[in-house]
Design a protein around this ligand. Structure first.
Ligand code: SF4
Length: 238
């Protein structure tokens, strides 16, 4: 068992890997990778789809109108961003906000699983179809699954998975917003249930950060990790 401090330090190491990641072609077009932000010891995680233009520019997840709605919904259940972790299936923006492609999702999913292992959440709310399908390893859509919690093993951790509509989809559809708000109200109850029973894994079955295979950090533009400025904002909330 690692302490919260040790897990936070490992998360910072993972952040450094993601910042210079070249595992899929999205590194060619991103301004910066969006690692995710929030409390490194959060009981509640939100996982959306991918950074948009504002997120790509600022390096933070959910900073636009959908992010403001997420803030408001959190406030209604007595929480704020400092209490939770917010991230995405992809850490780099797809050009023109197109849908994530399977090869990009496959290339990026280890980062998500490692974040889950290090943060040790009790509840993961998937926001919309992409994260719901990825974390359930199933093609069932969000309209059938929203508001229905289940225990799932994500990477190496059992969590209470709770699919929700994506706030961006709810922004302009009042009925969907009301459904999202109603589903949100159940989050405190799920958190109060505590973590589900964890799978029994031997220490040597757990992946180590050093064992994750990352490509060489040299970028296509010839800039290496050592040349890059330190984009501090994402670490500011850890
Ligand atoms: S695998 Fe993820 S972090 Fe790496 S370039 Fe692709 S989207 Fe970005």
């Amino acid at each position: 068992m690692k302490t919260a401090t040790e897990r936070r330090e490992l998360l910072k190491g993972l952040y450094a890997e993601v910042r210079d990641c070249t595992r899929c072609p999205l590194h060619h077009t991103r301004t910066q990778a969006v690692f995710g932000a929030g409390n490194a010891d959060a009981e509640l995680m939100f996982i959306g789809e991918a950074p948009g233009a504002s997120e790509d520019r600022m390096g933070l997840p959910f900073v636009g109108a959908a992010g403001k709605l997420l803030d408001r919904l959190l406030e209604e259940i007595g929480l704020n961003r400092k209490d939770v972790w917010i991230g995405n299936v992809l850490r780099c923006r797809p050009p023109d906000n197109r849908d994530p492609q399977p090869r990009e999702i496959a290339a990026c999913q280890d980062y998500l699983f490692e974040q889950v292992r290090l943060i040790e959440p009790v509840v993961i709310c998937t926001l919309g179809n992409f994260s719901t399908k990825l974390l359930r390893a199933d093609t069932t859509g969000i309209s059938r699954l929203h508001g229905r919690e289940e225990v799932r093993v994500i990477g190496f951790r059992a969590v209470r998975l709770y699919p929700l509509y994506h706030p961006a989809a709810a922004l302009y559809t009042p009925s969907m917003l009301e459904t999202l708000r109603t589903d949100f109200q159940r989050i405190p109850e799920l958190l109060a249930q505590g973590p589900p029973e964890q799978p029994q894994l031997e220490e040597d079955e757990l992946p180590d950060l050093d064992e994750l295979e990352f490509e060489d950090s040299e970028q296509s533009d010839g800039v290496t990790s050592g040349d890059r400025p330190e984009p501090a904002p994402q670490l500011g909330l850890f």
